[in-house]
Design a binder for this molecule. Structure first.
Ligand SMILES: Nc1ncnc2c1ncn2[C@@H]1O[C@H](COP(=O)(O)OP(=O)(O)O)[C@@H](O)[C@H]1O
Ligand SMILES: N[C@@H](CCC(=O)OP(=O)(O)O)C(=O)O
Length: 274
């Protein structure tokens, strides 16, 4: 008899808008709550992988630049500075709960190249086996992935990267923590009467038309990149949930399958359809 699976392998992605204030400085409250909740989920037996943005915004502030750089090479420099600070803080905050973290920086090409993907997979497996929490970000300083969002060019987006990581690690669940409660039928910042969509079975053109760009100067990609991530995750058999990063404790409900945020339901494997 098959027993019910309670412990999940969960990839949690947190965006810059959750990790920083509008001033560009770190949101220590959100970061600490996140470290505490993820440490607790790991203590409950779940395997946790954190995909964290924030390096460029934090590096910009640390370098004393007045505004987020627009030039690619300066963004890459800011990412190099900010990533150090992010890992220093994560090491400290998770350390408070006796948890060990590990840094993994990668690009889309690393996940796509079979040999590098195998090495990455083995590294993730070894870390998780030891109860270590991998903290992933795009390797912005070497990445050539640039996407167009709105008027300006930005580096690759971590929404898609987190779905690639979830697929690579054969995760059960991907959670995107954003500055909003989930996917609405229109951008609530532009349309206050927009309604939250609780469950999505397929990413359709109609749904794509509802998804706009980033909600703040700190965000990247908005709901458009989150829907691309959802398509990738669902196709790989991974459920994806978008929920609000200001309430990391909602993750307890999310792993229990409760109705929190927007859940994108994974496609059943082909063999289950026949
Ligand atoms: N249909 C929609 N539903 C919800 N949010 C939307 C929608 N369309 C656009 N958005 C915008 O997406 C933003 C979240 O994405 P983003 O700014 O990239 O932040 P992050 O990557 O940090 O989560 C929201 O603040 C909102 O303004
Ligand atoms: N890799 C970049 C973030 C890219 C990204 O997708 O940002 P976000 O939309 O805040 O998740 C960084 O660390 O600043």
């Amino acid at each position: 008899m098959e027993t019910e699976k309670h412990c999940l392998r969960v990839v949690v992605k947190v965006g810059t808008s959750t990790l920083t204030h509008d001033t560009g400085r770190l949101n220590l409250h959100n970061m600490e709550l996140l470290a505490r909740t993820l440490s607790d989920l790991e203590g409950m037996g779940h395997e946790v992988i954190l995909v964290s943005s924030g390096a460029i915004a934090v590096g910009t502030a640390k370098m004393g630049l007045k505004a987020r750089p627009t030039e690619l090479r300066m963004k890459q420099a800011a990412a190099a500075v900010g990533q150090c600070m992010m890992m220093h803080l994560y090491d400290k905050m998770f350390g408070e709960y006796n948890r060990v973290v590990a840094q993994i920086l990668l690009t889309g090409e690393d996940v796509d190249a079979p040999v590098r993907a195998e090495h990455l997979h083995n590294t993730f497996e070894s870390l998780l086996e030891l109860g270590i929490i991998p903290v992933v970000n795009e390797n912005d300083s070497v990445s050539s992935a640039e996407i167009e969002t709105g008027k300006c060019k930005v580096l690759g987006d971590n929404d898609t990267l987190s779905a690639m990581v979830a697929r690579l690690c054969r995760a059960d669940l991907l959670v995107l923590l954003s500055d909003i409660d989930g996917l609405y039928d229109a951008d609530p910042h532009a349309n206050p009467s927009a309604r939250l969509i609780h469950r999505v079975e397929a990413v359709t053109p109609e749904l794509r038309a509802m998804a706009g760009g980033a909600g703040s100067w700190r965000g990247t990609g908005g709901m458009a990149t989150k829907l691309s991530a959802a398509e990738l995750a669902m196709g790989a058999g991974v459920d994806m949930v978008i929920t609000n990063g200001a309430r990391p404790e909602d993750l307890y409900g999310v792993v229990n399958g409760e109705d929190v945020g927007t859940r994108f339901v994974a496609k059943p494997p082909c063999s289950a359809l026949s």
